[in-house]
Design a protein around this ligand. Structure first.
Ligand SMILES: *Cc1c(COP(=O)(O)O)cnc(C)c1O
Length: 372
Protein backbone atom coordinates (compact mmCIF):
# COMPACT_ATOMS: atom_id res chain seq x y z
CA UNK A 1 0.00 0.00 0.00
CA UNK A 2 1.02 3.60 -0.59
CA UNK A 3 2.45 5.74 2.19
CA UNK A 4 -0.68 7.96 2.40
CA UNK A 5 -2.72 4.87 3.30
CA UNK A 6 -0.09 3.43 5.64
CA UNK A 7 0.30 6.77 7.47
CA UNK A 8 -3.42 6.74 8.26
CA UNK A 9 -3.62 3.11 9.37
CA UNK A 10 -0.22 1.91 10.62
CA UNK A 11 -0.14 1.27 14.38
CA UNK A 12 -3.88 1.90 14.73
CA UNK A 13 -6.86 -0.31 15.29
CA UNK A 14 -10.40 0.09 16.51
CA UNK A 15 -10.35 -0.17 20.31
CA UNK A 16 -11.62 -3.62 21.24
CA UNK A 17 -13.45 -2.59 24.42
CA UNK A 18 -15.10 0.71 23.37
CA UNK A 19 -15.03 0.62 19.53
CA UNK A 20 -13.36 4.05 19.67
CA UNK A 21 -11.99 5.03 16.26
CA UNK A 22 -9.42 7.51 17.58
CA UNK A 23 -6.77 5.78 19.67
CA UNK A 24 -7.46 5.83 23.44
CA UNK A 25 -4.82 7.51 25.60
CA UNK A 26 -3.58 5.14 28.31
CA UNK A 27 -1.98 7.14 31.12
CA UNK A 28 -1.63 4.17 33.45
CA UNK A 29 1.84 3.48 34.80
CA UNK A 30 1.10 -0.10 35.78
CA UNK A 31 -0.90 -3.10 34.58
CA UNK A 32 -2.71 -5.78 36.61
CA UNK A 33 -1.03 -9.13 37.07
CA UNK A 34 -3.15 -12.29 37.00
CA UNK A 35 -3.49 -14.63 39.98
CA UNK A 36 -1.13 -17.05 38.26
CA UNK A 37 1.50 -14.28 37.98
CA UNK A 38 1.09 -13.73 34.25
CA UNK A 39 0.56 -10.53 32.28
CA UNK A 40 -1.89 -11.58 29.55
CA UNK A 41 -1.68 -8.32 27.54
CA UNK A 42 2.12 -8.28 27.69
CA UNK A 43 2.12 -4.92 29.52
CA UNK A 44 3.62 -4.71 33.02
CA UNK A 45 5.01 -1.24 33.65
CA UNK A 46 4.91 1.99 31.63
CA UNK A 47 8.68 2.28 31.07
CA UNK A 48 9.07 -1.22 29.61
CA UNK A 49 6.23 -0.86 27.13
CA UNK A 50 2.78 0.73 26.98
CA UNK A 51 -0.05 0.76 24.44
CA UNK A 52 0.52 4.29 23.10
CA UNK A 53 4.26 3.85 22.71
CA UNK A 54 3.87 0.43 21.08
CA UNK A 55 1.40 1.94 18.60
CA UNK A 56 3.80 4.74 17.66
CA UNK A 57 6.71 2.31 17.32
CA UNK A 58 4.67 -0.03 15.12
CA UNK A 59 3.63 2.91 12.94
CA UNK A 60 7.10 4.39 12.32
CA UNK A 61 8.59 0.95 11.82
CA UNK A 62 6.05 0.23 9.09
CA UNK A 63 6.50 3.64 7.42
CA UNK A 64 10.30 3.33 7.33
CA UNK A 65 10.21 -0.32 6.24
CA UNK A 66 11.94 -1.45 9.43
CA UNK A 67 11.76 -4.56 11.59
CA UNK A 68 11.34 -2.67 14.88
CA UNK A 69 11.42 0.81 16.41
CA UNK A 70 12.12 2.37 19.80
CA UNK A 71 10.65 5.69 20.94
CA UNK A 72 12.53 8.19 23.11
CA UNK A 73 11.82 11.44 24.92
CA UNK A 74 13.58 13.49 22.21
CA UNK A 75 15.59 13.17 19.03
CA UNK A 76 18.66 13.92 21.13
CA UNK A 77 17.86 11.09 23.57
CA UNK A 78 17.29 8.71 20.65
CA UNK A 79 20.69 9.56 19.17
CA UNK A 80 22.38 9.41 22.58
CA UNK A 81 21.13 5.87 23.11
CA UNK A 82 22.63 4.81 19.75
CA UNK A 83 26.00 6.10 21.02
CA UNK A 84 25.49 4.41 24.40
CA UNK A 85 24.87 1.13 22.60
CA UNK A 86 28.47 1.32 21.35
CA UNK A 87 31.42 0.62 23.64
CA UNK A 88 34.29 2.71 24.98
CA UNK A 89 37.15 2.40 22.48
CA UNK A 90 34.82 2.35 19.49
CA UNK A 91 35.19 4.88 16.71
CA UNK A 92 32.44 6.76 14.95
CA UNK A 93 32.35 8.87 11.77
CA UNK A 94 29.92 11.79 11.84
CA UNK A 95 29.23 14.78 9.59
CA UNK A 96 31.06 18.01 10.36
CA UNK A 97 27.75 19.90 10.12
CA UNK A 98 25.96 17.44 12.44
CA UNK A 99 23.04 18.88 14.43
CA UNK A 100 24.66 21.21 16.95
CA UNK A 101 23.42 19.62 20.19
CA UNK A 102 24.54 16.17 19.11
CA UNK A 103 27.94 17.48 18.08
CA UNK A 104 28.30 18.95 21.59
CA UNK A 105 27.21 15.60 23.10
CA UNK A 106 29.94 13.75 21.17
CA UNK A 107 32.67 16.29 21.85
CA UNK A 108 31.94 17.06 25.50
CA UNK A 109 30.49 13.82 26.84
CA UNK A 110 31.18 10.80 24.66
CA UNK A 111 34.82 11.77 24.03
CA UNK A 112 35.45 11.45 27.81
CA UNK A 113 33.44 8.23 27.83
CA UNK A 114 35.89 6.74 25.31
CA UNK A 115 33.98 7.07 22.07
CA UNK A 116 36.19 8.64 19.43
CA UNK A 117 34.57 10.65 16.65
CA UNK A 118 35.99 11.81 13.32
CA UNK A 119 33.98 14.64 11.80
CA UNK A 120 34.00 14.71 8.00
CA UNK A 121 32.22 16.32 5.10
CA UNK A 122 29.73 13.46 4.59
CA UNK A 123 29.07 14.58 0.99
CA UNK A 124 32.70 13.70 0.18
CA UNK A 125 32.58 9.90 0.16
CA UNK A 126 36.36 9.67 -0.36
CA UNK A 127 36.80 11.57 2.92
CA UNK A 128 34.34 9.18 4.58
CA UNK A 129 36.34 6.18 3.32
CA UNK A 130 39.58 7.73 4.59
CA UNK A 131 38.06 8.40 8.02
CA UNK A 132 37.14 4.75 8.58
CA UNK A 133 39.43 2.79 10.94
CA UNK A 134 39.69 -0.78 12.21
CA UNK A 135 37.59 0.14 15.27
CA UNK A 136 34.89 2.11 13.40
CA UNK A 137 31.56 0.74 14.58
CA UNK A 138 29.18 3.41 13.30
CA UNK A 139 28.80 5.98 10.55
CA UNK A 140 26.14 8.58 11.28
CA UNK A 141 24.76 10.85 8.55
CA UNK A 142 22.07 13.47 8.34
CA UNK A 143 20.57 14.03 4.93
CA UNK A 144 19.47 16.65 4.20
CA UNK A 145 21.68 18.02 6.96
CA UNK A 146 20.81 20.71 9.43
CA UNK A 147 21.49 23.62 8.83
CA UNK A 148 23.70 23.33 5.72
CA UNK A 149 21.08 21.23 3.87
CA UNK A 150 23.84 19.04 2.46
CA UNK A 151 22.92 15.79 0.73
CA UNK A 152 24.71 12.56 1.59
CA UNK A 153 24.69 9.64 -0.85
CA UNK A 154 22.95 7.10 1.41
CA UNK A 155 23.63 4.08 -0.79
CA UNK A 156 27.35 4.85 -1.07
CA UNK A 157 27.91 5.60 2.63
CA UNK A 158 26.01 2.42 3.55
CA UNK A 159 28.45 0.46 1.35
CA UNK A 160 31.45 2.12 3.00
CA UNK A 161 30.07 1.32 6.46
CA UNK A 162 29.36 -2.29 5.63
CA UNK A 163 32.76 -2.83 4.00
CA UNK A 164 34.25 -1.63 7.29
CA UNK A 165 32.00 -3.91 9.33
CA UNK A 166 30.26 -0.87 10.81
CA UNK A 167 26.62 0.09 11.17
CA UNK A 168 25.16 3.00 9.24
CA UNK A 169 22.61 5.24 10.97
CA UNK A 170 20.82 7.90 8.96
CA UNK A 171 19.01 10.87 10.53
CA UNK A 172 15.84 11.17 8.44
CA UNK A 173 14.32 14.09 10.39
CA UNK A 174 14.25 16.58 7.51
CA UNK A 175 13.20 14.18 4.75
CA UNK A 176 10.80 11.95 6.74
CA UNK A 177 9.82 8.50 5.42
CA UNK A 178 7.48 10.24 3.00
CA UNK A 179 10.36 11.66 0.93
CA UNK A 180 13.18 9.23 1.65
CA UNK A 181 13.55 5.61 2.79
CA UNK A 182 17.11 5.16 4.10
CA UNK A 183 16.62 1.52 5.20
CA UNK A 184 15.76 0.50 1.63
CA UNK A 185 18.95 2.28 0.46
CA UNK A 186 21.15 0.31 2.85
CA UNK A 187 21.00 2.08 6.23
CA UNK A 188 20.81 -0.12 9.34
CA UNK A 189 19.15 2.47 11.56
CA UNK A 190 17.02 5.53 10.96
CA UNK A 191 16.80 8.18 13.67
CA UNK A 192 14.21 10.94 13.94
CA UNK A 193 13.58 14.01 15.92
CA UNK A 194 9.81 13.49 15.77
CA UNK A 195 9.61 16.92 17.39
CA UNK A 196 9.78 18.25 13.83
CA UNK A 197 7.69 16.95 10.89
CA UNK A 198 6.31 13.73 12.41
CA UNK A 199 4.65 15.54 15.32
CA UNK A 200 4.22 18.38 12.87
CA UNK A 201 2.46 20.98 15.01
CA UNK A 202 5.19 22.49 17.22
CA UNK A 203 3.59 20.99 20.31
CA UNK A 204 5.40 17.82 21.28
CA UNK A 205 8.97 16.50 21.66
CA UNK A 206 9.82 12.92 20.73
CA UNK A 207 12.60 10.83 19.18
CA UNK A 208 12.54 7.55 17.28
CA UNK A 209 15.05 4.90 16.25
CA UNK A 210 13.99 2.44 13.55
CA UNK A 211 16.03 -0.67 12.81
CA UNK A 212 16.18 -2.59 9.57
CA UNK A 213 16.72 -5.79 11.55
CA UNK A 214 16.66 -6.63 15.24
CA UNK A 215 20.45 -6.89 15.21
CA UNK A 216 22.64 -6.83 18.36
CA UNK A 217 22.96 -3.02 18.21
CA UNK A 218 19.20 -2.57 18.18
CA UNK A 219 18.76 -5.13 20.96
CA UNK A 220 21.06 -3.00 23.09
CA UNK A 221 19.14 0.15 22.13
CA UNK A 222 15.89 -1.55 23.21
CA UNK A 223 17.45 -2.62 26.49
CA UNK A 224 18.69 0.92 27.17
CA UNK A 225 15.25 2.28 26.34
CA UNK A 226 13.66 0.01 28.94
CA UNK A 227 16.29 0.30 31.64
CA UNK A 228 17.42 3.92 31.30
CA UNK A 229 13.93 5.17 30.51
CA UNK A 230 14.61 8.24 28.38
CA UNK A 231 11.15 7.58 27.01
CA UNK A 232 8.22 9.73 25.82
CA UNK A 233 4.98 9.94 27.80
CA UNK A 234 1.91 8.16 26.44
CA UNK A 235 0.46 11.57 25.53
CA UNK A 236 3.58 12.45 23.53
CA UNK A 237 3.23 9.15 21.67
CA UNK A 238 -0.45 9.81 21.09
CA UNK A 239 0.23 13.30 19.69
CA UNK A 240 3.04 12.04 17.47
CA UNK A 241 0.93 9.20 16.11
CA UNK A 242 -1.86 11.68 15.41
CA UNK A 243 0.56 13.98 13.61
CA UNK A 244 1.79 11.16 11.39
CA UNK A 245 -1.72 10.55 9.99
CA UNK A 246 -1.47 13.74 7.92
CA UNK A 247 2.30 13.62 7.31
CA UNK A 248 2.24 12.66 3.59
CA UNK A 249 -0.12 15.54 2.73
CA UNK A 250 1.73 18.02 4.91
CA UNK A 251 5.06 17.03 3.33
CA UNK A 252 3.66 17.54 -0.14
CA UNK A 253 2.52 21.06 0.75
CA UNK A 254 5.80 21.90 2.56
CA UNK A 255 7.72 20.79 -0.56
CA UNK A 256 5.52 22.67 -3.04
CA UNK A 257 5.80 25.87 -1.00
CA UNK A 258 9.54 25.45 -0.47
CA UNK A 259 10.23 24.99 -4.16
CA UNK A 260 8.42 28.24 -4.95
CA UNK A 261 10.13 30.15 -2.14
CA UNK A 262 13.54 28.77 -3.19
CA UNK A 263 12.97 29.79 -6.83
CA UNK A 264 12.07 33.32 -5.70
CA UNK A 265 15.07 33.65 -3.39
CA UNK A 266 17.44 32.12 -5.95
CA UNK A 267 16.94 35.04 -8.35
CA UNK A 268 16.94 37.73 -5.63
CA UNK A 269 19.90 40.11 -5.88
CA UNK A 270 20.37 40.28 -2.09
CA UNK A 271 20.76 36.50 -1.76
CA UNK A 272 24.25 35.08 -2.21
CA UNK A 273 23.10 31.43 -2.23
CA UNK A 274 20.06 29.29 -1.58
CA UNK A 275 20.86 25.89 -0.07
CA UNK A 276 17.94 23.75 -1.21
CA UNK A 277 18.24 20.38 -2.96
CA UNK A 278 15.29 21.13 -5.25
CA UNK A 279 17.31 23.73 -7.20
CA UNK A 280 19.22 22.21 -10.15
CA UNK A 281 22.21 24.50 -9.54
CA UNK A 282 22.80 23.33 -5.95
CA UNK A 283 25.45 20.78 -5.01
CA UNK A 284 23.20 17.99 -3.74
CA UNK A 285 20.61 18.17 -6.51
CA UNK A 286 21.64 15.04 -8.46
CA UNK A 287 21.87 12.76 -5.44
CA UNK A 288 18.71 14.21 -3.89
CA UNK A 289 16.87 13.50 -7.15
CA UNK A 290 17.97 9.86 -6.88
CA UNK A 291 17.09 9.25 -3.24
CA UNK A 292 14.31 11.73 -2.38
CA UNK A 293 10.87 11.91 -4.01
CA UNK A 294 10.64 15.67 -3.37
CA UNK A 295 13.22 18.15 -2.02
CA UNK A 296 11.70 18.87 1.40
CA UNK A 297 10.51 21.89 3.32
CA UNK A 298 13.82 23.12 4.74
CA UNK A 299 16.30 25.54 3.19
CA UNK A 300 19.05 27.85 4.27
CA UNK A 301 19.96 31.12 2.60
CA UNK A 302 23.14 33.14 2.63
CA UNK A 303 22.28 36.82 2.68
CA UNK A 304 24.60 39.21 0.80
CA UNK A 305 27.25 40.93 2.93
CA UNK A 306 27.28 39.81 6.55
CA UNK A 307 25.68 38.79 9.81
CA UNK A 308 24.05 42.21 10.31
CA UNK A 309 22.39 41.99 6.89
CA UNK A 310 21.06 38.52 7.70
CA UNK A 311 19.83 39.59 11.15
CA UNK A 312 18.10 42.61 9.55
CA UNK A 313 16.15 40.34 7.20
CA UNK A 314 15.05 38.10 10.08
CA UNK A 315 14.08 41.20 12.06
CA UNK A 316 11.63 42.36 9.36
CA UNK A 317 9.54 39.24 8.69
CA UNK A 318 5.83 39.35 9.55
CA UNK A 319 4.39 36.01 8.39
CA UNK A 320 7.48 33.96 9.27
CA UNK A 321 8.17 33.64 13.01
CA UNK A 322 11.71 34.06 14.38
CA UNK A 323 12.14 30.81 16.24
CA UNK A 324 14.22 27.68 16.35
CA UNK A 325 12.98 24.18 15.39
CA UNK A 326 11.07 23.30 12.22
CA UNK A 327 8.48 21.04 10.67
CA UNK A 328 5.27 22.68 11.93
CA UNK A 329 2.46 24.46 10.11
CA UNK A 330 3.97 27.89 10.81
CA UNK A 331 6.96 29.08 8.79
CA UNK A 332 10.00 29.80 10.92
CA UNK A 333 13.21 31.72 10.26
CA UNK A 334 16.37 31.47 12.30
CA UNK A 335 19.85 32.94 12.40
CA UNK A 336 21.64 29.66 13.17
CA UNK A 337 25.19 30.73 13.99
CA UNK A 338 24.08 32.86 16.94
CA UNK A 339 21.96 30.06 18.45
CA UNK A 340 24.78 27.51 18.10
CA UNK A 341 27.90 28.86 19.80
CA UNK A 342 31.21 30.55 19.20
CA UNK A 343 33.36 28.29 17.04
CA UNK A 344 30.48 27.01 14.89
CA UNK A 345 31.22 26.50 11.21
CA UNK A 346 27.75 27.75 10.25
CA UNK A 347 28.21 30.90 8.12
CA UNK A 348 27.36 34.14 9.91
CA UNK A 349 25.12 35.30 7.06
CA UNK A 350 23.04 32.10 7.05
CA UNK A 351 19.33 32.07 7.81
CA UNK A 352 17.51 28.74 8.09
CA UNK A 353 13.93 28.67 6.84
CA UNK A 354 11.28 26.12 7.79
CA UNK A 355 8.67 26.53 5.08
CA UNK A 356 5.25 26.00 6.61
CA UNK A 357 1.76 25.40 5.32
CA UNK A 358 0.75 29.00 4.65
CA UNK A 359 0.20 29.98 1.00
CA UNK A 360 3.47 30.30 -0.92
CA UNK A 361 2.43 33.73 -2.28
CA UNK A 362 2.18 35.10 1.26
CA UNK A 363 5.55 33.64 2.25
CA UNK A 364 7.21 35.08 -0.86
CA UNK A 365 5.61 38.49 -0.28
CA UNK A 366 6.84 38.46 3.31
CA UNK A 367 10.41 37.63 2.30
CA UNK A 368 10.27 40.20 -0.51
CA UNK A 369 9.40 43.00 1.93
CA UNK A 370 11.97 41.79 4.46
CA UNK A 371 14.69 41.86 1.78
CA UNK A 372 13.85 45.41 0.60
C1 LIG B 1 16.07 18.77 16.18
C2 LIG B 1 17.01 17.77 15.68
C3 LIG B 1 17.61 16.86 16.53
C4 LIG B 1 17.35 16.89 18.02
O1 LIG B 1 16.05 16.50 18.30
P1 LIG B 1 15.26 16.96 19.63
O2 LIG B 1 13.94 16.31 19.48
O3 LIG B 1 15.21 18.46 19.59
O4 LIG B 1 16.04 16.48 20.78
C5 LIG B 1 18.44 15.91 15.99
N1 LIG B 1 18.73 15.86 14.69
C6 LIG B 1 18.16 16.75 13.83
C7 LIG B 1 18.49 16.66 12.38
C8 LIG B 1 17.30 17.73 14.30
O5 LIG B 1 16.78 18.60 13.47
Amino acid sequence: MKIETRAVHAGRQIDSTTAAVAAPLHLTTTFERQADGSYPTGFEYIRDANPNRNALEACISELEGGAAAAAFASGSAATMVIFEALSPGDHLVAPEDLYWGIRVMLKEHFADWGLETTFVDMTDTTAVERAVRANTRLILAETPSNPMIRITDIRRVAEIAHQAGAYFACDNTIATPVLQQPLALGADLVVHSATKYLGGHDDTMCGLVVAKAENPLFQKIRKLQKTAGAVPSPFTCWLTLRGIQTLPYRMRAHCENALQVAAFLNQHPRIEAVLYPGLPDTAGYQIAAKQMSLAGGMMSILVQDDREAAMAVAAKVKVFTRATSFGGAQSLIEHRASIEAPGTKTPDNLLRLSIGLEHADDLIADLAQALK
